[in-house]
Ligand binder design. Structure first.
Ligand code: PHE
Length: 493
């Protein structure tokens, strides 16, 4: 008794031995609201004081289309009416009625054996001129919602076919509950329950005036179920972006940002991507009609990029060996990677050391699938100054470690703008496999030299959505942006 909650006591006091009662009746008899009643019943049944029997009942009502069909007749009835005067081919019917309706009608006319085809024409059968049970059922439903169990057996088998038609009828399940005192509960009632003077909450008042002394306290039941508390929270992607930003900031990085509508020049040319590179094709990159043209940077940079593409310029490289064309360079596109933002920053000519990161949206002309989105995020960054390849590996390892991924590995890779280049892979326990999460490397002299940079620049561009999938245990990348409310609620704060 000491651990009984006032709600439980109030419920017990309205129960009578040998009688059943529904939760809403308990609510009105006890003055409790329904959700308190449900909670209290949960606790009481866990203690074996009440038993709850649940039954599911289906309720059938007309859907929007059903309401219309009751007025104007099912499509097959409308065609049957026409067939009373003459046989018609499908094409002839399409001229007399909306073609979409004819399609539906013919299917059902044949299923319900209301008509058959003879010499390419639809002919009414004897059955076809009588009302069918589903039509009668619709008329019954016109009066309002009916319990499935109360529908005449003749009509029972017609519920399913009607439910298979879109919006014709609605079948809704409702759970009804009957509450009964158990023997134990009844025994407790006979012994008498009083609304006790137990203390449920200790106040500073009681402490001051000493009221608590000699009183009994209600015990906490930490295992009892309570109503879910749904509080507002940020979207998991927002939270992950904030978490990543925190990691880089705590590692001494500064955040940078750049335009999403970018020029070919900063997205590709400045990164030593040759002008005929397949990634630049329309099927990989979204080019824009508006704005039609982007401004190019100073001619010093442009000329230098041009000569690096041509013969390697001052870098000692032999370049790509073609004549670089300035016209396509000013075309606009949706940036395909955030490396464009990085390279813009480098072009500002600041002094090393430089440690910057950005987290931003990028776009690729990809077909949407469980692992591809045309729009996603990259986690990009550079460290420039007195640094080496080893530092690059350490930074990546540190970042993923702080994100909770300890097992990572590096594989040699290729990007036109870095040398050496690598890909980062993270081990995913659940799948027992390695997953590729991004690329990194040291910018080539062909990238840094036109910007007047003479020190090493470590760079990386990592996928955010893939990381989120691993974190949130998703197998379909689209789930991240579907904003399924149940899923969002199920995520911890
Ligand atoms: N930009 C590359 C990508 O989108 C990643 C990368 C960034 C690679 C920086 C090397 C250096 O895949």
């Amino acid at each position: 008794m000491t651990s009984m909650h006032p709600i439980e006591k109030k419920i017990l006091l309205v129960l009578k031995e040998g009688e059943t009662i529904a939760p809403d009746e308990i609510a009105s008899a006890s003055g409790l609201d329904l959700s308190s009643v449900m909670r209290g019943l949960d606790w009481l049944s866990a203690k074996g004081l009440v038993s709850i029997s649940e039954s599911v009942e289906e309720y059938i009502s007309l859907g929007a289309e059903g309401v219309e069909y009751v007025e104007s007749g099912l499509p097959e009835r409308r065609v049957a009416e026409l067939l009373k005067t003459s046989d018609y081919s499908t094409n002839e019917l399409r001229e007399k009625m909306a073609p979409a309706l004819v399609g539906i009608a013919i299917g059902w006319l044949r299923k319900k054996e209301m008509a058959d085809f003879k010499d390419g024409k639809l002919r009414l059968t004897e059955k076809g001129s009588q009302p069918t049970p589903d039509e009668e059922l619709l008329i019954i439903l016109k009066k309002g919602t009916v319990k499935r169990s109360e529908i005449d057996p003749v009509f029972q088998e017609w519920i399913k076919p009607l439910a298979s038609r879109k919006n014709v009828i609605k079948v809704e399940e409702k759970i009804s509950r009957e509450i009964r005192l158990t023997e134990k509960g009844a025994g407790l009632l006979t012994n008498g329950i009083t609304e006790s003077d137990e203390i449920g909450q200790l106040t500073s008042e009681m402490l001051k005036n000493g009221d608590w002394a000699g009183r009994s306290f209600r015990r906490y039941d930490v295992e009892s179920s309570v109503a879910a508390q749904l509080s507002a929270k940020s979207h998991p992607m927002t939270r992950m972006i904030e978490e990543i930003a925190d990691i880089f900031v705590s590692m001494g990085f500064e955040e940078i940002s750049g335009p999403i509508v970018e020029s070919n020049f900063w997205n590709f040319d400045a990164l030593f991507v040759p002008q005929d590179h397949p990634a630049r094709e329309m099927q990989d990159t979204f080019y824009l009609e508006k704005p039609g043209k982007a401004e190019l940077p100073s001619s010093k940079i442009v000329d230098s990029v041009s000569s690096v593409h041509g013969d390697g310029g001052e870098t000692g490289s032999s370049g790509w060996g073609y004549k670089w064309d300035p016209h396509p360079a000013s075309k606009t596109l949706l940036r395909t990677h955030t490396t464009s933002t990085t390279i813009r920053r480098l072009a500002e000519g600041r002094k090393p050391p430089i440690k910057v990161y950005s987290i931003g949206r990028v776009f690729r002309n990809e077909r949407i699938s469980y692992k591809h989105l045309p729009e996603f995020h990259q986690i990009e960054g550079i460290v420039a100054g007195d640094v080496s390849f080893k530092n690059l590996l350490a930074i990546l390892k540190e970042f993923y470690g702080r994100m909770g991924f300890d097992k990572i590995r590096f594989r040699p890779a290729y990007f036109p703008y870095t040398e050496p280049s690598l890909e980062v892979e993270v081990y995913f326990e659940q799948k027992k496999s390695w997953i590729e999460l991004g690329g990194a490397g040291i910018f080539r002299p062909e990238v840094t030299e036109p910007l007047g940079i003479t020190y090493p620049v470590l760079a990386w561009g990592l996928g955010l959505e893939r990381l989120a999938m691993l974190r949130l245990d998703l197998t379909d990348i689209r789930a991240l942006y579907r904003s399924d409310i149940d899923w969002l609620r199920s995520l911890p704060l």
